[in-house]
Design a protein around this ligand. Structure first.
Ligand code: MN
Length: 232
């Protein structure tokens, strides 16, 4: 722990945060967990099995999340894809959390993009290498301001969609998630010690595809909010 008198050998980088809608408070981001292939139609488009196999997770870096309105096209890729997702922010944690208690850990929700260097991901899959270069690059997760569960409840159904330059590219419903939010929290807590500030990206419906500089992305999750991002 750090205290007012803690002295660091070098200047520490500022903690990652996300804004909160209609509030001056910031949400401190601890870790970012992302679930893969959590909508059956997207699992099929990625060549997977839409059946209920155990979920799998990867991580982004906490400071990959940001609330800006422009997404800088990253280096080292010619095939960067959009993945619209509902984002869950935790206020509690622990290990081995029962499904029935999992929603007590949730502070709130947001709309996010799991931007992906698809070409590097494909290479990683082929070579059985990890996914960080595909998933955990700078500003790889544009995100709307968080909204508190106190205000909106815990959305388990509702449209999730993404338009690119006004054209619908991704559309689904939260009720199509293979693993529901309480199940994801419970499962993750069997693998990691979840903590306040942890964020979970809950997977994307079908329709992922490439973006280009100048594209305008508009994402929306009914009951949660919207996200507008320009690729620059
Ligand atoms: Mn994703």
């Amino acid at each position: 722990m750090t205290t007012a008198t803690t002295r660091f050998a070098i200047q520490p980088v500022a903690a990652a945060t996300l804004p909160i809608a209609q509030s001056t408070l910031l949400f401190p981001v601890h870790r970012v967990y992302c679930v893969g292939r959590n909508y059956a139609d997207h699992a099929i488009e990625m060549g997977g099995d839409p059946n209920r196999e155990p979920p799998f997770f990867f991580q982004k870096n906490p400071d990959n999340l940001f609330a800006g309105d422009s997404f800088p096209y990253p280096s080292a890729s010619n095939d960067v894809h959009h993945e619209i997702e509902m984002v869950v922010a935790l206020k509690g944690g622990g290990v081995d959390i029962p499904v029935a208690d999992a929603l007590d850990c949730v502070w709130g929700y947001a709309v996010g993009l799991d931007m992906t260097r698809r070409d590097l991901q494909a290479m990683a899959k082929e070579l059985a290498r990890p996914w960080e270069v595909a998933k955990a690059f700078e500003q790889s997760a544009p995100c709307s301001p968080l909204v508190a569960a106190e205000k909106i409840g815990h959305p388990s159904r509702g449209a999730i969609r993404l338009d690119v330059n006004g054209e619908r590219r991704q559309a689904g419903d939260l009720d199509q998630m293979i693993w529901k939010v309480p199940e994801m929290i419970s499962y993750l807590s069997g693998l990691f010690r979840l903590a306040p500030g942890d964020v979970i990206m809950t997977g994307t419906p079908a329709g992922v595809g490439p973006v280009s500089r100048g594209d305008v992305l508009h994402g929306r999750v009914d009951g949660v909010g919207g996200l507008d991002v320009m690729v620059v």
